[in-house]
Design a protein around this ligand. Structure first.
Ligand SMILES: [Zn+2]
Length: 267
């Protein structure tokens, strides 16, 4: 599932391509994936592309916005004027005045696009890496109040926005913290190390323009994969040697998702 680094990559690339474009037409191929009235956005010019956690926010000159969530397998592909290359599993196509098109693809149909007539661009209540509210103090206070296993708390979008399975696993390894520890059992030093690990891992993943690991559908706007999968230290590395101590990486199911960790390094 695309997480903060993947959605941020698409945001940056879409901002480059789409700002200034006028939406001429929207072809909806899977009606259940498009919420709202397309008329609210047709004929208007794109003024900016924002993001709140994993949701893209395409703002329009008439005060409306298009929100997009990729969920498990969603993709945005940009096609310049005259480029008619088809894509698999296209569910909606945005046609722009310049002749360019934006394809929304999703093999499993969990993703969605929403048109909102009068959009208020507030960022939401959760703390989120790279936003001013992501402070060590706020992070520490959220962890201190929860007995949930730390990995599940990191992925709880109501509390902390943008982190999913890949980056929860990688950040916990970077901090040498076991994914199964109750969040409130971490001492101050561990909380600080985890806080810094999250920021460091997400930054490096954004530099890599995201992760396109095994079974991941994530692609950049031009269809090419990201490169952070080449830097995974635990995620999808079951049975491989830990880069720090040489022990074998273990995979265990936790709340239905794969948890990858080094049983030696992560305590
Ligand atoms: Zn290890």
């Amino acid at each position: 599932m695309p997480e903060l680094p993947e959605v941020e990559t698409i945001r940056r690339q879409l901002e480059q391509k789409a700002v200034g474009e006028v939406i001429n037409k929207i072809e909806i191929l899977e009606p259940k994936m498009f919420i709202g009235d397309p008329k609210d956005v047709i004929g208007s010019r794109i003024t900016g592309v924002g993001r709140a956690a994993k949701v893209l926010r395409i703002r329009l000159a008439n005060g409306a916005a298009l929100l997009a969530h990729f969920k498990l397998n969603g993709q945005f592909f940009w096609r310049a004027a005259g480029d008619n290359t088809p894509a698999r599993f296209t569910r909606a196509i945005f046609y722009f005045e310049s002749g360019a098109r934006l394809l929304f693809n999703d093999s499993r149909k969990f993703g969605w696009i929403k048109a909102i007539a009068d959009f208020k661009d507030d960022p939401g209540a959760a703390i989120e890496p790279f936003r001013p509210n992501f402070t060590l103090q706020n992070f520490s206070s959220i962890l201190g109040k929860s007995r949930k296993p730390i990995k599940l708390l990191l992925m709880d979008q109501e509390k902390i926005g943008g982190i999913g399975n890949i980056y929860a696993n990688e950040s916990l390894f970077a901090a040498r913290v076991s994914p199964f520890r109750p969040a409130n059992s971490l001492d101050q030093k561990e909380v600080k190390k985890l806080f810094n690990s999250i920021v460091g891992v997400l930054k490096r993943a954004i530099d890599c323009r995201g992760s396109s690991g095994k079974d991941e559908w994530y692609r950049q706007l031009d269809g090419s994969p990201g490169c952070y999968q080449d830097h995974f230290l635990v995620y999808q590395r079951t049975g491989r040697e830990c880069s720090v101590c040489g022990a074998k990486i273990v995979r265990q199911t936790q709340a239905g998702r794969g948890t990858f960790f080094c049983p030696q390094c992560q305590k």
